[in-house]
Design a protein around this ligand. Structure first.
Ligand SMILES: [Zn+2]
Length: 65
């Protein structure tokens, strides 16, 4: 039995792998927020700043995707 990743209920075939389209939306929204928000890295603000500085190309031209 597959379980809904959002709420843990048994998944519905129509909304697989979720139990409902609502849970699918919730999960998708979570995903987007996770991607577009500043990642929490190690929840260390210094690490975040260093990462932002490093990615704002101070002399660095290499693109790592
Ligand atoms: Zn659900």
């Amino acid at each position: 039995m597959h379980r809904c990743p959002t709420c843990g209920a048994v998944a519905d075939q129509k909304a697989h792998p979720f139990c409902s389209s609502r849970c699918a939306d919730v999960d998708l929204g979570r995903w987007f927020r996770g991607n577009y928000a500043i990642p929490a890295f190690d929840s260390s603000e210094e690490t975040i700043v260093e990462t932002l500085v490093a990615s704002s190309n101070l002399g660095r031209q290499d693109v790592d995707e």
